[in-house]
Design a protein around this ligand. Structure first.
Ligand SMILES: Nc1ncnc2c1ncn2[C@@H]1O[C@H](COP(=O)(O)OP(=O)(O)OP(=O)(O)O)[C@@H](O)[C@H]1O
Ligand SMILES: [Mg+2]
Length: 248
């Protein structure tokens, strides 16, 4: 890594968060505290509500009940667009602009969304790309990058907005196995530099090694939350024990 800007991760607090699709509640009364600069990994079976939880945090999905506090203040008080400048999100599929270079993909957000002068946005983009190890690939189009490199561009793009929290939804699931490690290493670095991260992942090794807190969800509820040691070495509920026996 060429540089290591420190981040100023914010705290997050979920209070009795309930999210529904129409009449069906897929997340019920979820409460969770996340300290600034820590990493929380969310694990659980398919359909348990992990992605919905992330979408509730940045209001891609409006809560039916409850609240989310970002740095102690309700996210419902911000306009959703303003909120998404403060909470970056990285998905399984990178959604880069195919006709723009890696550098332009990263620069577009600070330039067009944040209104920074173009030259300054390009400078920020160069810096962020260097931090994710892609200084030499700045002029490549997405199709000329590997999946892992594209995902690192997507992470650089989110970081260019200087977010206070980063949400990752299975950011490595679409990658070939040999590319996963580079992206996970980058995510672990962000954590060390003080970013607040909420990471939905199937990578139990990553959760065990990097997480400050692991949250196990099932059927729209948090069943257990604790340190990696508590969750992986001393699971309490039959549901978590069964889940771990299937994935480990
Ligand atoms: N747009 C939608 N409309 C209706 N129901 C939905 C919608 N999106 C998700 N659901 C339902 O909400 C529940 C939670 O889905 P969610 O995508 O949050 O699960 P997940 O834990 O992320 O699963 P996976 O590990 O497969 O990604 C599921 O029962 C799902 O079918
Ligand atoms: Mg999901």
């Amino acid at each position: 890594m060429t540089t290591s800007t420190a981040f100023h991760g914010a705290s997050l607090e979920l209070r009795n968060l309930t999210l529904a699709y129409g009449p069906i509640e897929v997340l019920r009364n979820v409460s969770l505290s996340i300290e600034p600069g820590t990493t929380t990994c969310i694990i659980g079976p398919s359909g348990s509500g992990k992605s919905t939880l992330l979408r509730g945090i940045n209001r891609l999905h409006e809560p039916k009940n409850g609240d989310v506090l970002l740095a102690g203040r309700s996210v419902l008080k911000d306009k959703p667009d303003a909120l998404r400048l403060r909470i970056g999100m990285v998905f399984q599929h990178f959604n880069l602009f195919p006709d723009h270079s890696a550098l332009e993909n990263v620069a577009l957000a600070p330039w067009k969304v944040k209104g920074r002068p173009k030259a300054e946005a390009m400078e920020i983009a160069r810096q962020r790309l260097a931090e994710v190890g892609l200084a030499q690939r700045a002029d490549h189009r997405p199709r000329d990058l590997s999946g892992g490199q594209q995902q690192r561009v997507a992470i650089a793009r989110a970081l260019a907005m200087e977010p206070e929290v980063m949400l990752f939804d299975e950011a490595t699931s679409a990658l070939d196995p040999e590319l996963v490690k580079g992206v996970l290493t980058l995510m672990a670095e962000l954590c060390q530099r003080g970013m607040t991260m909420v990471v939905v992942t199937h990578e139990m090794g990553f959760a065990r090694r990097v997480a400050d807190q692991v949250v196990f969800m099932d059927e729209g509820e948090i069943v257990e939350a604790g340190t990696p040691e508590q969750i992986f070495e001393r699971p309490q509920s039959a549901r978590l024990q069964r889940f771990l026996s299937e994935v480990l």
